[in-house]
Design a protein around this ligand. Structure first.
Ligand code: 9WN
Length: 442
């Protein structure tokens, strides 16, 4: 299909403009009416091409919700009275924490730390380097505080691997990676606080959203965190969901690297990010790398076992240049294989879950569909290893999906799928933003 880059770019900018509410960019017009953490990072990359002020405003707004202990929340709530989202601020009860800001209201968990490499990208793209440098100076301590929080409170054995304690922290809410840990959580649905999902009101998204069993567990965990007043030590002792995720730690590695670059530019002492960087890369290769399967596993810290499922999260450490060249070549083979369908004309790259898995579900959220942000991370990773052919394939598939079907949240990976390929909400901000970034490369 011939893509009209100019037209696609204009459409993408219109999506971002439409989702901008004057203070921050929403991930989507109605399904996600507040500000989300890693979304804000990807959105800033898109805006940086034509509206650096907006990119900076979004990140400033996000960090206005940062907690005093450095934790950067998954959601910073806006104050639109018509916003319908569960769980809202009343459910999170962030005020129970001694660290949460008075305002804005936030959730009490975090998300993959994309902000380091996002800042560096903003700087690279900026025409006005002085303004961009001043912004780096403003943000560097905040991102450092986030990473310090992660290494202090989320790496209990000081291994260099950070754990997440809720599927929403991973950003891949119902990924098969979490299945076993969630299934083993014995919860009594009658003992859960009452709640009403709002996500099912979106008719197109409803069919693909996480199940009721998933939501019961999401809610159970939030309730547990509230009961612990969001104290990390107490949560670590009580929480049955503690997972070291290769996507999260791969992104962390890339951002560590960016903090070294930013710190050097600003003349800061970079000993701390250097140490994080080396340790995390070493630990990922030592503990999470799976030579036989050719990708990185997740590790369940609570049950003390590897989680060997074939999700594309296991390929994401490429973006942080975690594998060496030989490992990266193994990963490329896996991507090319029928698991992810890399050379198969009937597959849109890159499915989030192995197409050979018995329970792959082509339209169910993070259990098979193509997501543009993961494609973008994969593309960046492949480029770092001079795997330009496959990188271009990932890029081309992403652009074509968006040009054909619109800026959807996720896409059915089967090129010959019956019905609609665009899934979830339309006019999804990070799809539009990363489209702009790709188009700018020509
Ligand atoms: C919970 C906003 C977010 C993304 C996540 C995506 C989805 C939320 C939800 O939407 O998660 O955080 O309600 O399903 O899974 O990656 O950041 O776009």
């Amino acid at each position: 299909m011939d893509i009209d880059p100019q037209q696609l770019r204009e459409q993408a900018i219109a999506v971002l403009d439409n989702n901008w509410n004057g203070r921050f960019t929403k991930p989507a017009p109605s399904l996600y009416p507040h500000q989300w953490n890693w979304d804000a990072g990807f959105i800033a990359i898109g805006n940086a091409h034509h509206n650096l002020e907006r990119a900076m405003a979004d990140l400033r707004h996000l960090f206005s919700g940062q907690w005093a202990n450095g934790m950067l929340p998954q959601i910073v709530f806006g104050d639109d009275p018509n916003a319908r989202y569960f769980p809202g601020p009343d459910f999170w009860q962030g005020h129970r924490s001694a660290h949460a800001p008075q305002r804005p209201a936030t959730s009490g968990i975090s998300m993959p730390p994309v902000h380091g490499f996002v800042l560096w990208r903003l700087y690279e793209l900026a025409a006005d380097k002085n303004a961009a440098r001043a912004f780096l100076k403003e943000m560097y301590p905040k991102v450092m505080a986030l990473h310090r929080y992660l290494y202090t409170y989320r790496d209990p054995h000081e291994e260099g691997l950070v754990y997440i304690r809720h599927p929403w922290e991973g950003g891949t809410d119902n990924s098969p990676i979490w299945d076993a840990a969630l299934a083993r959580m014995a919860i009594d649905p009658d003992a859960l606080p009452p709640y009403e999902r709002k996500d099912l009101q979106n008719p197109k998204a409803a069919a693909h959203r996480p199940t009721q069993q998933d939501y019961d567990r999401y809610v159970y965990l939030v309730d547990l965190f509230r009961k612990c007043d969001y104290e990390d030590d107490a949560i670590f002792k009580a929480c049955p969901f503690l997972i070291q995720d290769p996507l999260f730690n791969g992104v962390l590695s890339w951002s560590n690297e960016a903090l070294i670059q930013i710190g050097s530019l600003l003349g800061e002492d970079i000993a701390e990010p250097l140490q994080w960087h080396e340790l995390t890369i070493w630990a990922m290769n030592d503990k999470l790398w799976d030579e036989e399967r050719g990708l990185y596993n997740a590790y369940d810290l609570y049950h003390d076992e590897l989680i060997p499922v074939h999700t594309s999260s296991g390929l994401m450490p490429l973006c942080g240049q975690v594998p060496d060249q030989e490992q990266a070549e193994r990963m490329l083979q896996v991507l090319e294989s029928s698991m992810f369908g890399g050379t198969d004309q009937s597959v849109w790259l890159c499915p989030t879950y192995s197409l050979l898995a018995q329970d792959v579900d082509y339209q169910k959220y993070w259990r098979g569909p193509v997501w543009i942000n993961l494609n973008w991370l994969l593309y960046q990773g492949l480029m770092r290893y001079d795997m330009a052919d496959m990188a271009q394939r990932v890029k081309q598939h992403s652009l074509e999906l968006m040009a054909r079907y619109g800026f959807y949240e996720y896409f059915d990976p089967r090129a010959d799928a019956p019905g609609e390929q665009g899934c979830g909400t339309d006019r999804f901000s990070w799809s539009a933003a990363l489209c702009i970034d790709w188009l700018a490369e020509g």
